[in-house]
Design a protein around this ligand. Structure first.
Ligand SMILES: Nc1ncnc2c1ncn2[C@@H]1O[C@H](COP(=O)(O)OP(=O)(O)OP(=O)(O)O)[C@@H](O)[C@H]1O
Ligand SMILES: [Mg+2]
Length: 197
């Protein structure tokens, strides 16, 4: 995945694109590799936990990010304090993030975290909520991973999961989703599967 073409003094080492990190790694390739290994192992640990009774609210989402990225970044679980662009798209302005996130999780709660939706209606709702959360892009890094884990936990209650093995289609759908959600919807339609018991 391409990184943000952004050098910011708050998150990066001086005159570099490398994110300041707890291990003080200043080589981008090494950081990418170490970050991958650590987050993959934290995600594995996370996947062994049972969140069936947990309220999937704003606090829980922030906790998830902290759990996955807290070994590497001091700002894990905290909203970003800079603006971000990827490709052509500028994500939500940082000063709106807290309000946007509160409204987002309020609305998901009102819909009972999608528990009662099935089939086409569920695909519609999933497309909408995944797109919206990606447009908010609450964190400086790690939005893709935390959004995937959040919806994995949410869908597990319905005995469903999203198969992301067709990474290209998923990414194409995500990139287009702020303008047009057809591709993401099609991806979800093809890749929302039952968990085999
Ligand atoms: N041009 C774009 N417009 C909108 N969304 C995008 C664009 N490019 C990537 N994305 C979304 O942003 C996510 C990546 O965000 P980020 O780098 O913060 O998280 P990540 O966990 O490192 O990503 P990932 O593991 O998905 O590569 C992608 O998964 C995709 O959903
Ligand atoms: Mg990334």
């Amino acid at each position: 995945m391409k990184d943000y073409s952004l050098k910011d003094n708050y998150y990066c080492y001086k005159d570099s694109f490398v994110l300041k990190n707890k291990l003080d790694i200043k080589d981008k390739k090494i950081l990418d590799l170490v970050e991958k290994i650590i987050t993959e192992s934290n995600i594995l640990l996370l996947q062994s936990k049972n969140f069936d009774k947990k309220e999937l609210n704003y606090d829980f989402f922030m906790w998830l990010h902290k759990y996955i990225f807290g070994d590497i970044y001091s700002w894990a679980g905290k909203l970003r304090v800079v603006d971000l662009t990827k490709g052509e798209f500028k994500f939500a302005h940082y000063s709106y993030l807290d309000n946007l996130m509160s409204d987002y999780f309020e609305s998901l709660k009102e819909e009972n975290y999608l528990i009662d939706y099935e089939n086409d209606e569920l695909i519609e709702k999933l497309t909408y909520y995944i797109t919206e959360l990606n447009i908010i892009h609450p964190f400086r890094e790690g939005n893709g991973r935390v959004i995937r884990e959040y919806f994995r936990i949410l869908l597990k209650r319905k005995n469903l999961y999203i198969d992301y093995s067709n990474k290209e289609k998923y990414l194409e759908g995500m990139i287009e989703s702020p303008y047009k959600t057809d591709k993401l919807k099609e991806f979800l339609n093809d890749n929302l599967k039952n968990i085999e018991q």
